[in-house]
Write a protein that binds this ligand. Sequence first.
Ligand SMILES: Cc1cc2nc3c(=O)[nH]c(=O)nc-3n(C[C@H](O)[C@H](O)[C@H](O)COP(=O)(O)OP(=O)(O)OC[C@H]3O[C@@H](n4cnc5c(N)ncnc54)[C@H](O)[C@@H]3O)c2cc1C
Length: 324
Amino acid sequence: MPIHRLSELAYYQTGGSCVRLYLPKSVSEIQDAVREIQGLSQPFFVLGGGTNSLVCDDHWPGAVIALSRMGGLRTLDKNGNIFCEAGVDNSGFARFAVDHGLTGAGWMNRLPGQMGGTVRMNARCYGGEISQIVKKITCVDLSGNIIVHDDPSKVFRGYKDTSFMQTGEIIASVEIKLEPGDTLATRELMKFCEDDRVLKGQFTHPSCGCVFKNDYTVGVPSGMLLESSGVKSLTRGGAIVSPQHANFVFNRDKGASSRDIIELSLMMREAVYARFGVWLEYEMEILGHLPADLAKAIHEVRARGSETPELEALRARFALSVRV
Ligand SMILES: Cc1cc2nc3c(=O)[nH]c(=O)nc-3n(C[C@H](O)[C@H](O)[C@H](O)COP(=O)(O)OP(=O)(O)OC[C@H]3O[C@@H](n4cnc5c(N)ncnc54)[C@H](O)[C@@H]3O)c2cc1C
């Protein structure tokens, strides 16, 4: 069997290899893949666009199911209902919707990734969140059975949290409800999203977007905590912190390993804890075989330190910047 280089599938362009790669084109091919993998008693992971993930450097002895060939996309009626398979990329979806006279998905333009990964992560940006427009989700469970969720409130559990993170169900397709209407404002929003991300240098080098989640109980975005902890000067091998956004780790000129990226993120988390007593939670999903030393470090949890004057001052500064 051929060896597949996972770095060629991963948005970060790092990662090892695997032997068993499935590229299903339909829900029944996903079912077949899951049943075959289970029959072989192998572990597996799912890859969408890989834009929120880091694939580990080691050879992965299990299987990978990549959804990029699940590209079906069509309107279901004239009322704004759309059928969309998991592998459709977000920008393509946003363009399709607006070209069909529908509003409500403009915020997805230039959000890297595919529909399936976007639903699993409950991605959000520019005032939108995928949970607001998804009406029905068709999945394949770990035994290869089809599961249909027609009550989205049961799967979307809030900020960056969905039931799929526990069940491991594979999202095959979704039905989305948008609104027919004047698309001028949507087209303007799409342009704004594109320009803003380019202006912020988000596509300068491969990344996974924000490495860490925001903790809304802190009252300051994680990017601001990181910036104020001086992490922008940190590097590890070919991994650097984005000069424009302290929560982005870049694979500079594709010269980083996944280990470099993880080790740099650990240094960043440590820096924030040392300065503000806040222990950041990872948003980046780590796929594949994580070496034991990195797993131990990543899974460490520390309690919030006592309130510091530095954190209070930063909170005040943030509140002021929001008001301005
Ligand atoms: C430059 C940049 C900017 C970004 N900006 C934002 C932003 O503004 N807001 C935001 O929320 N995110 C942002 N992200 C993160 C990322 O774009 C989103 O989370 C995106 O929705 C992930 O989709 P994906 O297909 O790439 O997921 P992947 O990275 O492929 O997968 C993410 C997780 O979902 C699982 N998964 C993937 N597909 C499926 C499926 N079909 N069924 C079940 N599980 C699946 C994977 O195993 C993994 O655990 C950014 C990323 C980059 C690189």
